[in-house]
Ligand binder design. Structure first.
Ligand SMILES: [Zn+2]
Length: 290
């Protein structure tokens, strides 16, 4: 199913090739898929030696970055809680070292989480790749990369306070943007999880109201919980990324996800560097809603 689109394309090539008596077919896949390294909840501390629940945050990063490089991604996405806890300038100084390292692999796109600080983040990163949305005080990035469109939203409400909020201005922007944009399969990436918890995205019902009927939106990718899971909201896919830093329960992996997106679906490979590594290398395939 993942390769349906390229299969159809290749079948056409095959028919054409056959009529010219060519037996060997070269598969032209450029633009049929895009590969991404998905990281979340990096919690990078000012003090590189800092450990949480026995996990060394920077050691995990040092271990996973060569794996990310090896995967040759088109982009690297970080869904928030980039900084340790309070989004300090000192945290972002270390974040910057890692992001510069990652930028040598592929452009890095970031969504802010509840442990980030907008002011300190934008001071540390005055210029980041991708198109920016003009919503005051919010870091929103649109990435058009065939065959997909990825939109990084900003659910940071108050630094070091668990709950998140997109807010009316960002919701209005998203609503308008989705109404006016073409039918490119779209993924939304943000930090917060959804549901009843007071620590989740507080305007999730209003968010889903905007997103649910926009059939071009195929999936929502987020972090916050430090859990790795796949779920559905109606027929919309929800992908919860693990933390690269530490887990909250022994049963949960710590690591990153190697994702390949096509217009019809996606493949996610877990790379567990710490925590529960039983599912390291596990591949999960999804077929998008149509
Ligand atoms: Zn976190």
């Amino acid at each position: 199913m993942l390769n349906r689109r390229s299969f159809i394309k290749n079948s056409i090539f095959a028919a054409g090739a056959a009529s010219f008596g060519i037996t060997e077919i070269t598969y032209a896949n450029a633009g049929d898929s895009t590969r991404w390294a998905l990281l979340s909840d990096t919690h990078i501390p000012a003090d590189r030696a800092e450990q949480v629940r026995g996990f060394s945050i920077t050691k995990n990063l040092d271990q996973l970055l060569p794996q990310v490089a090896e995967s040759k991604p088109d982009g690297i996405g970080i869904t928030g809680d980039i900084a340790r806890l309070r989004g300090l300038r000192e945290d972002y100084a270390v974040v910057k070292v890692y992001v510069e390292q990652m930028n040598k692999i592929a452009p890095v796109y970031m969504a802010l989480g509840n442990h980030d600080n907008y002011k300190n983040f934008t001071e540390a990163f005055p210029a980041t790749p991708g198109e920016k949305a003009a919503v005051k005080g919010k870091h929103i990035t649109v990435v058009n990369i065939a065959p997909m469109r990825l939109i990084f939203l900003d659910s940071l409400q108050i630094t070091n306070n668990t709950a998140g909020l997109l807010g009316q201005a960002q919701r209005n922007w998203l609503d308008q943007y989705l109404k006016e944009s073409d039918n490119t399969p779209t993924l939304l990436l943000l930090h917060h999880s959804f549901g009843e918890s007071d620590g989740a995205l507080l305007d999730d019902i209003r968010f889903f109201k905007i997103v649910t009927d926009q059939r071009k939106v195929k999936a929502i990718i987020y972090g916050h919980s430090h859990h790795y899971s796949f779920a559905k909201q109606g027929d919309l896919d929800l992908i919860n990324l693990p933390s690269t830093a530490y887990n909250f329960a022994e049963s949960v992996p710590v690591g990153w996800v190697d994702a390949t997106f096509t217009a019809s679906g996606a493949k996610f490979k877990l790379n567990a560097v710490a925590g529960n590594q039983a599912d390291d290398g596990k591949v999960t395939q999804l077929t998008w809603r149509s």
